[in-house]
Ligand binder design. Structure first.
Ligand SMILES: [Zn+2]
Length: 255
């Protein structure tokens, strides 16, 4: 029987029977794919380290014909471990939240290479503990349109024109408002805040300023993102609920 190879990130794994494990991987070629790893819980298993959650590995599998049935793992070779993420509880929550969102909001074997790259880049910076909260927020902003969302951060959402400076970001309609379209009902925000918000959607390589983002901006945006995921996208899970209960979010009143 022919095998199939691809790279992927382990989103979750659970023990099954005595020595086996059921793994969900987000892959470059097939998007989300489920597989059974036979014998991986035996002490002699060679696949064990590659299959830890959030690790990047190369997989060789016997691919099942139907996308809703499990494939069978042949080998998994570790490419990059992300063990450092688990050293910090908050970072672990951020990684788990993104992993869980991707797991629950994508269909099996629906390829999305851009989503795969965003996930890889995010886990890499998190593993290095680089601006973890800002990168978590940036990841939430960057992936929301894959689940039917839209935050208009490249033009005025009312006149569709691009400007150098915007006056507001509407958290009712989730779009930038230009100086010509702004009206008295709009809540005006600092130019600095709006520029930081716009920077969240930029490619990973252009996000040097993420580390400089003031904490009050981050918390304000995260609060609105959590509301957006729950109420607009209908995506919610126990990990997002845990993040919502963090003191820094609960005690935050206004910018
Ligand atoms: Zn406008």
């Amino acid at each position: 029987m022919a095998t199939t190879m691809f790279k992927g990130i382990v989103l979750n794994s659970m023990d099954y029977e005595d020595y086996d494990r059921i793994i969900t991987v987000y892959s470059d070629k097939y998007g989300k794919i489920g597989m059974i790893a036979l014998g991986v819980n035996k002490p002699t298993s060679k696949n064990k380290y590659a299959l830890q959650t959030f690790n990047l590995a190369e997989f060789e599998i016997f691919k099942s014909r139907q996308k809703h049935t499990l494939s069978k793992l042949k080998t998994a070779i570790l490419i990059q471990d992300h063990f450092q993420i688990a050293q910090n509880y908050d970072n672990y929550l951020y990684a788990s939240a993104i992993g869980k969102i991707i797991d629950q909001a994508t269909q099996p074997r629906q390829k999305n290479y851009r989503l795969y790259r965003i996930l890889c880049d995010f886990l890499e910076v998190l593993n290095l503990n680089q601006a973890p909260l800002a990168n978590f927020i940036a990841a939430l902003v960057k992936i929301l349109h894959f689940f039917g969302g839209n935050w208009v951060l490249n033009q005025c959402y009312r006149c569709f024109k691009t400007y150098k400076v915007y006056r507001s970001f509407s958290f009712q309609d989730y779009g930038l408002v230009c100086p010509n379209c702004v009206d008295e009902a709009d809540q005006l925000q600092d130019v600095a805040f709006i520029n930081h918000l716009i920077s969240l959607k930029k490619p990973h390589s252009e996000q040097n300023q993420l580390a400089q983002m003031p904490i009050k901006y981050l918390i304000f945006i995260l609060k609105h993102l959590l509301i957006y995921y729950e109420q607009v996208l209908g995506i919610w899970n126990p990990i997002l609920a845990k993040i919502e209960q963090k003191d820094y979010l609960k005690n935050f009143t206004t910018m």
